[in-house]
Design a protein around this ligand. Structure first.
Ligand code: URA
Length: 273
């Protein structure tokens, strides 16, 4: 790969910043000054120094973000704050992108990465990775309603436009998957979580176990979960993604906070597809 791409992926700034760094003769590859932005390098084998200090590049980066409501899942948007705007350097300077989409008002697990092939595999309808959502519903779901929803979801809900969803799995939820202020007191955080202090954390109506359910789906159509409950005559009033494949949202991450995946988690993500 080109050295300017490698350095951009490692948070050295824009291509222009990197060109300037290279022209200042601060970068050596295998002991030889490299001033050419198009120079091709092997990040696994070549040895790099920057301003005389060893630099071991990473080729792939995986972040787990607890997406808050009110930010858009996009790399760029003229009107809204995006999930990328939540990041701080060096991550904000890397060419990362979100894996899949969550609605503006949906919270929860969003992976940000520069691993294009993995993103493709995780979001491809052919792969059908399980995604579990915690949904708070407008109307309580008593035992009879639960049995009805469960049967309909297992068979495949049909939308008004005639589209029939793949089978999905419904479960009751306790409140453990939900954010409260005390959740942010990290007990088992594998690496330091980061959060922008200015973020507004909304309070969530999660105290009714009869209105709080978990739904696991294998597809990701626009407003999928909301439309599924609408087709059942109910309405989603709060939605949060709590897992994707075998990767669970870290409950210590408050909305708006992110951290890098541990090596085990990155492996879980890759092996899950
Ligand atoms: N389903 C929805 O309706 N919204 C989301 O953000 C994700 C899944």
């Amino acid at each position: 790969m080109r050295i300017d791409k490698l350095f951009a992926d490692n948070g050295f700034g824009s291509r222009r910043d990197i060109k300037r760094l290279l022209h200042s003769r601060a970068v050596e590859v295998n002991g030889v000054v490299c001033a050419d932005a198009s120079f091709r390098v092997d990040p696994e084998r070549d040895v790099f120094t920057v301003e005389g200090k060893p630099f071991r590049p990473r080729t792939t980066v995986y972040l787990m973000l607890n997406k808050p409501a009110g930010v858009i899942t996009s790399t760029d948007d003229p009107a809204h704050r995006t999930v990328m705007d939540l990041l701080a350097p060096p991550w904000s300077l890397m060419d990362l992108f979100p894996v899949g989409r969550l609605d503006l008002d949906t919270e929860g697990l969003l992976v940000l990465t520069n691993d294009g092939p993995l993103t493709h595999r995780l979001t491809s309808p052919k792969t059908g990775v399980n995604k579990t959502y915690l949904a708070v519903l407008r109307d309580p779901v008593d035992e009879a309603a639960f049995a009805h929803y469960d049967a309909a979801l297992r068979t495949g809900i049909t939308f008004h436009d005639g589209y029939t969803c793949l089978p999905a799995v419904l479960a009751r939820a306790d409140n453990t998957g939900c954010h409260t202020d005390s959740d942010a007191s990290a007990e088992h955080v594998p690496s330091t979580p980061h959060v922008q202090s200015s973020l507004h954390v909304p309070s969530i109506p999660l105290n009714d176990p009869y209105r709080t359910v978990l739904l696991t789906i294998r597809e990701g159509k626009y407003h999928q979960v909301k439309k599924m409950f609408k087709a059942l005559g109910n309405e989603v009033v709060y939605l949060k993604r709590v897992s994707m494949g075998s990767l669970d949202l870290d409950p210590a991450l408050a909305p708006g906070a992110w951290r890098e995946l541990t090596q085990d988690e990155a492996l879980l993500l890759r092996e899950g597809v």
